[in-house]
Design a protein around this ligand. Structure first.
Ligand SMILES: [Zn+2]
Length: 396
């Protein structure tokens, strides 16, 4: 059991509580939230007190690639198509042990930033191993690539094998899904196969979608630098005469629970398609800015009632895993930021019955940040304490 008292508690689904406390039971679930005087203190409870602390639900990172943590600062390509190519060759040079060490460091970095739930996409399986080894919470989407139709059987065999391996490690705290990477790395027939497979296996999907103008050009016209790069590898490219969102909807990839990552290049029709598919969006403000993709229309997405979580993307694109900095880049107000980084993120991952706010019965996923006068939010990025399912995983 764990009891944390803080200068102010933000439950998110209720008003802030001055001098508040949260009690997490032995089952890792919240048993009481309220003013300190009203929260019980059982005899055998572990107690933490932060007089100047701001206690919030643990933050949700709606998109990251923890297996790439070791590549921070290694790719300064300005051109996005070349940048993607460079990431691919850096990954080819990485050993399984390096992926593992990177994912473990990434998970600890998340915890240091108050992040208690990750939605990770990766190809090595290392993020799942890290969650198992250290006891974290997250959903790990197994990536699959294959721009050429000739690669489809091998790509599917690899995906199925990896999913089988990860399934044995999955629990209610560690979920799995699949991620057909992006329209410039996945051909039409592979998309169809993955859609069918995900449906059969009841696996949620995450995919990079409508990120760059170059991607739109490839999908709509079969032209531009991605098309040229594919043709140079002997891969045929056809125009689809529609936007990336419409393309993937028509292929059956946009479904309830699909996490569409980025969604910068979207118009009103695309927003309507995302809405009617009941997909969710992972918004990555600093990554989009770093690659000069433009700004995702968060207002339009929210007006349509589409769940939007905030993701850092990988540290190859951004300097660190600071979600508060993402929210600042998206121009959110402080309390709005907190809501996006917690409850809205949980909704985007269809996990809000369990996490995202401080309520009795929900999982004891918490973060305590330093109070930074005169405003309590946003706080300095490094958490004083981070708790996953009632277990202290970070303290500074
Ligand atoms: Zn990404």
């Amino acid at each position: 059991m764990l009891r944390i008292r803080a200068g102010v508690v933000f439950p998110v689904t209720a008003p802030p509580i001055e001098d508040g406390a949260v009690l997490v039971g032995a089952d890792g679930r919240i048993t009481a939230v309220g003013p300190n005087a009203r929260v019980p203190t059982p005899g055998d409870v572990e107690r933490l007190e932060f007089k100047d602390g701001v206690l919030t639900p643990g933050l949700v990172n709606a998109h990251t690639h923890l297996e790439l943590t070791h590549l921070a600062g290694t790719n300064d390509e300005k051109d996005f198509v070349k940048w993607i190519g460079r990431v691919r060759s850096l990954k080819d040079e990485t050993t399984p042990e390096q992926f593992q060490a990177a994912a473990e460091r990434g998970l600890r970095d998340c915890w240091a930033h108050g992040i208690t739930c990750i939605a990770d996409t990766g190809s090595s399986g290392a993020a799942m191993q890290a969650l198992v080894r250290f006891g974290g919470r997250g959903i790990v989407y197994q990536e699959v690539f294959g721009p050429s139709p000739t690669q489809v059987p091998a790509s599917m065999a690899d995906l199925e094998q990896q999913v089988l391996r990860m399934r044995r490690l999955a629990t209610t705290q560690r979920r799995i899904g699949v991620s057909p990477h992006a329209p410039y790395t996945v051909c039409e027939s592979l998309y169809r196969r993955v859609a069918r497979y995900a449906q059969q296996e009841r696996l949620p999907i995450a995919l990079h979608l409508a990120e760059s103008q170059e991607e739109s050009e490839l999908v709509r016209y079969g032209a531009g630098p991605f098309a040229e790069a594919l043709r140079a590898r002997g891969i045929a490219v056809e125009p689809h005469h529609c936007s990336p969102v419409q393309y993937l909807r028509d292929l059956g990839l946009l479904r309830p629970g699909t996490l569409a990552i980025h969604c910068v290049q979207v118009d009103a029709e695309d927003v309507a398609a995302l809405k009617s598919s009941r997909a969710a969006v992972a918004h990555c403000p600093r990554s989009n800015r770093a690659h000069a993709h433009g700004v995702a229309p968060v207002g339009l997405l929210r007006q349509a009632g589409i769940p939007v979580g905030i993701g850092t993307d990988s540290v190859v694109s951004v300097p660190d895993l600071d979600l508060w900095s993402e929210a600042r880049t998206a121009w959110f107000g402080a309390e709005e930021a907190l809501r996006f980084l917690t409850l809205e993120g949980a909704k985007a991952l269809d996990w809000d019955r369990e996490i995202g706010s401080l309520e009795v019965g929900k999982a004891g996923d918490l973060a305590v940040f330093q109070h930074s006068p005169p405003h309590r939010l946003p706080p300095p990025p490094i958490a004083l304490a981070t708790v996953v399912a009632g277990r202290l995983v970070h303290r500074s």
